[in-house]
Ligand binder design. Structure first.
Ligand code: RAM
Length: 388
C-alpha cells in the first residue's frame, strides 16, 4: 500500500462532508434503533445473536430455499403462512443479511420463511422462481427486482391466485406489487453520494459510477438523482463531471474488471459504487493497484471495514439490511392477515420497529420507508463491521 495510502491517511480522505451532516444526525437515531434491535436479538444482525447465513444455496439456475419451523397451513389452495423472499441473486451477501431479518420476523410471526434467488442477477431467472412459488401456492412473495417491468406477468398472475406480492430494496412497477419496502429516500441517496465524491476530490476530478445491472430499478433511480444533483448545481460541480457509468452486475469478478476499466481512464478520480458487491470489488482493486482514485458508495461495513480503515474508501453509506428484511416480512404479514391492503395511509405493527405507515410513492404506487442513510467512516467502522 505504501505511499498512496499513507497520503490517504493524512489527506483529503479524512474530511467529513458537511453536506452529509444532517444525514448523519438523522442516521444516528436509526443506529440507536439498530443497536437496540441487535441487543434484543430480534434482527439477528450481530454475529452470535442468531440469524447467520441462510441455508439457501444457488442450485443451478433458480433455487435456494430455507425452511422455517412453522408448519404450512393450506387455506384456499394457498399455504398462507409460507413467506418467500426472492433475491436479485443467491450469492449476494447483502441479500443474505436481509434474509436474516426476514427470517427473524417470520419466527415472531410464526410464518415459514423461504429464500430463493437466481445464480445470476437476471429478470428471466427471477420469473422462473416466481412462477414456481406461485405454483407452490405460497402466501407471500417479496422480491427485489432485477427489472421494474419484466416481472409483471409472473407477479400479476401470482396476485390473481391470491398471493400477496411486495417488492423491497429494488422496486417492481406499481402494477406488479401491493407495496414497496423502501430502504431510504432515493433522492437523499443519489445526492449524498455525489456530494461525498465531490468532497473526496476537493471539487476537482471526474466521477465514475460502478453500478450493478443496467436494469436494476434501485441503482437506476439513485443514478438519476446523482445526475439531478450534478445538473442542479452545475457551477459547483463544474470540475467534477460524471465521466461514465459501468456495470459489474453485482458479481465480484465482473465488478473488478469494470473497476480496472475505470482505472485506465485518467479523468476518473473518484468512483461511486451504489452496490454492496461492487464496493468490495472496487475497494480491493484500488488497493491492489495502489491507486489514488477515491471510492465511496453503499457498502456493507463487515466487508468494507478494511478499506475504510486503510483510506481507500474514506467514507460510505448504507442502511441496516437486516432491518430491511425484518420490515419486509412484517409488511407482507400485514397484507396476508388482511390488516392492510397496501393503500396510502394504512398503518400496521412491524414488531419491534413499532407502527409503520404506508405512503404514496413517486411511481404512483405505495411504499413503506425503513429510515435514513447511515454514514460509516473511521470513527465508527470498528463497531459496525462487527454488526453487519
Ligand atoms: C447490492 C444490491 C442491492 C443494493 C445494495 C446496496 O447488494 O444491488 O440492491 O441495495 O447493493
Amino acid at each position: 500500500m505504501g505511499k498512496v495510502n499513507a497520503r490517504r491517511e493524512t489527506g483529503k480522505g479524512r474530511a467529513r462532508p458537511a453536506a452529509a451532516a444532517a444525514v448523519v444526525a438523522a442516521a444516528s437515531i436509526l443506529a440507536v434503533s439498530c443497536l437496540c434491535l441487535c441487543a434484543c436479538g430480534q434482527g439477528g444482525s450481530a454475529p452470535g445473536l442468531g440469524g447467520g447465513a441462510p441455508d439457501a444455496a444457488g442450485g443451478g439456475s433458480a433455487s435456494g430455499t430455507a425452511g422455517g419451523s412453522a408448519p404450512a397451513a393450506t387455506d384456499g389452495g394457498l399455504q398462507k403462512n409460507v413467506y418467500a423472499m426472492v433475491s436479485k441473486d443467491i450469492h449476494n451477501p447483502y441479500m443474505k443479511k436481509a434474509y436474516e431479518g426476514f427470517e427473524a420476523a417470520c419466527r415472531e410471526i410464526d410464518a415459514e420463511p423461504v429464500f430463493r434467488g437466481p445464480d445470476v442477477a437476471t429478470p428471466e431467472w427471477q420469473i422462473e422462481i416466481i412462477d414456481r412459488l406461485a405454483e407452490e401456492g405460497v402466501g407471500l412473495i417479496s422480491v427485489t427486482a432485477n427489472d421494474a417491468d419484466a416481472l409483471y406477468p409472473a407477479l400479476h398472475s401470482a396476485m390473481e391466485k391470491g398471493i400477496k406480492v411486495i417488492s423491497f430494496d429494488s422496486a417492481v412497477n406499481k402494477d406488479s406489487r401491493l407495496v414497496h419496502v423502501q430502504q431510504a429516500n432515493p433522492e437523499q441517496i443519489g445526492r449524498v453520494l455525489v456530494q461525498a465524491a465531490y468532497e473526496m476530490v476537493d471539487g476537482e476530478g471526474g466521477i465514475a459510477v460502478l453500478s450493478t445491472t443496467s436494469q436494476a430499478t434501485n441503482q437506476n433511480l439513485w443514478i438519476e438523482w446523482m445526475k439531478t444533483e450534478l445538473r442542479e448545481n452545475a457551477q459547483k460541480y463544474a470540475k467534477t463531471p460524471l465521466i461514465t457509468i459501468v456495470y459489474g452486475e453485482d458479481e465480484p469478478v465482473k465488478s473488478a474488471s469494470a473497476t480496472r476499466q475505470l482505472l485506465r481512464d485518467p479523468e476518473v478520480k473518484v468512483i461511486i459504487a451504489p452496490t454492496a458487491v461492487g464496493m468490495v470489488a472496487a475497494g480491493k482493486c484500488l488497493h491492489d493497484n495502489n491507486s489514488n482514485v477515491m471510492l465511496t458508495g453503499l457498502g456493507m461495513p463487515s466487508a468494507m471495514g478494511e478499506y475504510i480503515e486503510n483510506g481507500v474508501c474514506p467514507w460510505m453509506y448504507l442502511w441496516n439490511p437486516v432491518d430491511l428484511g425484518y420490515l419486509t416480512a412484517y409488511t407482507g404479514d400485514a397484507l396476508v392477515s388482511g390488516q392492510i391492503d397496501g393503500a396510502s395511509g394504512d398503518t400496521f405493527n412491524a414488531g419491534n420497529m413499532g407502527e409503520r405507515v404506508i405512503t404514496a410513492a413517486v411511481d404512483g404506487g405505495t411504499e413503506v420507508m425503513l429510515g435514513d442513510l447511515f454514514k460509516f467512516d473511521k470513527t465508527n467502522i470498528a463497531v459496525w463491521k462487527e454488526v453487519y
